[in-house]
Design a protein around this ligand. Structure first.
Ligand SMILES: N[C@@H](CCC(=O)N[C@@H](CS)C(=O)NCC(=O)O)C(=O)O
Length: 309
């Protein structure tokens, strides 16, 4: 059986993956679903993502999209209708949701662990040492609970105000990235059996209709795919050509130069390759991998640093 064209490497419990799954739902797409472990080692993903360790990763043949801010614009290019950006153009929506997620991620985790209790020891250690660089055990986060809850509540109050005129979605009649980025943070906090407690804390009753509408977008049509099939699909494909664009001076590298691309917030693992292009919103590097062959890795500009090797 040949692997489907779009392959998402993800795990069920990942909120950022849920953001992408819902985008696939908005577009009603077929996609291959590769279930990955909740923490490394991920020996069959590493050849594709070159050590980038965050989830989700979208694969389209030999093109690998790292970070939801690269994945959603890619989905929009590949399947333009229905748009993920109704009422707010992609650059504005990506910029605003990037800021929102950065500002709230640790506070959202703080509210989540307040109600969820402790996660397994090995998971906490992995998140502290290699992902967040913060101890997210309940004991370590509890002293900051009131601050985190206030930070999140200030934002959910904005969300409720924005929806108070009865619009079905934040951008109007149709769902889009703004809905997904707000929703996936709530999805983490309200998961498990936490919904009633979180709703009471944050006063979410008035937005239950919107929560239900976003949840009902679904995930499109996933088809379980193996990591081996995904690797074979990459090997069998060539990366899509990228139009040459001028690289901004401050990158201090030219197409063809050996570079690293590194997240500047969490899981700061450098990914090595040769620079293909940098444009307003994305960075593309080429990797030649012994197992996966020639690949293009796509990252958003925001939140990533390019350096010459
Ligand atoms: N800015 C990234 C954030 C992705 C992220 O932090 N994902 C979490 C899972 S929801 C993660 O990678 N956790 C560590 C891991 O799974 O290895 C994006 O938009 O994709």
């Amino acid at each position: 059986m040949s692997a489907p064209t779009l392959i998402l490497h993800h795990y069920a419990f990942s909120p950022y993956a849920e953001k992408v799954r819902l985008a696939l739902g908005i577009k009603g797409l077929d996609w291959g679903s590769v279930d990955v472990a909740m923490m490394p080692p991920r020996p069959l993903l590493d050849p594709l993502a070159g050590g980038y360790r965050r989830i989700p990763v979208l694969q389209v043949g030999a093109d690998i999209y790292c970070d939801t801010h690269a994945i959603l614009p890619a989905l929009e290019r590949l399947a333009p209708e229905p748009s993920l950006y109704p009422g707010l153009e992609a650059p504005l929506a990506e910029g605003l949701t990037y800021g929102l997620e950065r500002d709230l991620w640790l506070a959202v985790i703080g509210v989540t662990v307040h109600f969820a209790g402790d996660l397994p020891e090995a998971f906490l250690r992995d998140r502290k040492d290699d992902y967040l660089y913060v101890d997210i055990s309940q004991g370590a986060m509890e002293p900051d609970f009131a601050r985190n809850a206030q930070r999140v509540a200030a934002w959910t109050a904005w969300l409720a105000q924005a929806l108070s005129d009865g619009r079905p979605f934040l951008g109007g009649e149709r769902p889009g990235v703004m809905d997904l980025a707000h929703y996936h943070l709530l999805w983490l906090m309200r998961g498990g059996d936490r919904a009633a407690a979180v709703d009471a804390l944050l006063g979410l009753g008035p937005i239950h209709g919107w929560i239900g509408r976003v949840a009902a977008l679904g995930h499109g049509r996933p088809q379980e795919t193996t990591a081996e099939a995904a690797l074979a699909a990459a090997r069998a494909a060539e990366p899509a050509p990228v139009e040459a664009v001028a690289v901004p001076d401050l990158i201090a590298a030219s197409p063809g130069d050996a570079v690293t691309v590194t997240p500047d917030d969490f899981a700061r693992v450098p990914v090595a390759g040769r620079l293909v292009a940098v444009e307003a919103g994305r960075i593309v590097i080429r990797r030649d991998d012994p197992q996966a062959g020639a690949l293009h890795l796509h990252f958003p500009r925001a939140g990533f640093t390019v350096a010459r090797r």
